[in-house]
Design a protein around this ligand. Sequence first.
Ligand SMILES: Nc1ncnc2c1ncn2[C@@H]1O[C@H](COP(=O)(O)OP(=O)(O)O)[C@@H](O)[C@H]1O
Ligand SMILES: CC(=O)N[C@@H](CCC(=O)OP(=O)(O)O)C(=O)O
Length: 299
Amino acid sequence: MQTKHQKVQTLLDAIPYIKKFFGKIIVIKYGGSAQTSPDLKEKFAQDIVFLSLLGIKPVIVHGGGSRITELLTKLEIPSSFVDGHRVTCEESMRVVEMVLSGEINKNITSLLNHHGAKAIGISGKDSAIINAIPKDGGRFGYTGEITKVKGEMIKNLIKEGFIPVIAPIADSAEPNHPGFNINADVAACEIAAAIGAQKVLFLTDTIGVLDKNGKLITSLDKESVEAYKNDGTIAGGMIPKVDSCIDAIYNGVNKAHIIDGRVEHSILLELFTSDGIGTQFVRRDNPNNDIDMDKLLND
Ligand SMILES: Nc1ncnc2c1ncn2[C@@H]1O[C@H](COP(=O)(O)OP(=O)(O)O)[C@@H](O)[C@H]1O
Ligand SMILES: CC(=O)N[C@@H](CCC(=O)OP(=O)(O)O)C(=O)O
């Protein structure tokens, strides 16, 4: 049991972090794998509301791949993944949009609002915030490659005091097009870059990126990510995540982290403790790095 003084000390210890992040945008990618128990979802909502009350600007980009797969299986619609990206036929696209924009987006938005936030749920189709074309020349069907994110629209929502909750569905320039399914990791990275986020956090169902022995890799750079992908250490759903983290830090986002969404208050643990948790992504040439590169890369 904490004494009153210890409780006050905890608040005081948070001051440097609050100063560092005050007014800054933090994009949180809330993976389907981390949206498990109702209790965890409550803790997630508390963390987001807490950030918002501290003057930090959270933006949520959510996934829901496991729920899409569950529904496609029930409907007996075949589906497959290549390097962590779903191949989306026209029938799947309808299910993807129903699950992401209809079910998950509204659940998260409503959960946040019940916790006192001013959250607004949208998809990339709203005001054509995310535009896409077919990925890899159409090899992935209705899976898209982002061509543009209208960052100003998202920043306007933030300025109005909203917490945007964004489903990774993109608009097409073609009329009467069903739109595109975008991997949520990629959407989070592109959104973070377009709105000048300070940080992007990916909440998933592992403690971070693991090596061949199942040990946490605390820090990764571009070169080591390529090596781990080539030797198969990083596979499946982790591929778009690490690629997105690297893209983010090479496109103006200061920091990218993959953290364990199964741990209660993982967002606060990452933001408000000196060690942080999970795997962080670094670039050797980044003058903004406020970390000891040698220590991290030798961990
Ligand atoms: N090297 C690795 N370290 C950790 N997880 C990995 C690795 N390689 C592949 N994975 C897989 O990636 C999964 C996370 O991706 P995914 O299921 O798409 O999560 P999310 O729904 O959060 O996007 C992990 O559960 C794990 O099965
Ligand atoms: C193209 C592509 O892979 N789209 C994903 C979109 C959802 C997603 O990314 O969900 P998670 O973050 O929970 O994995 C899919 O259809 O599963």
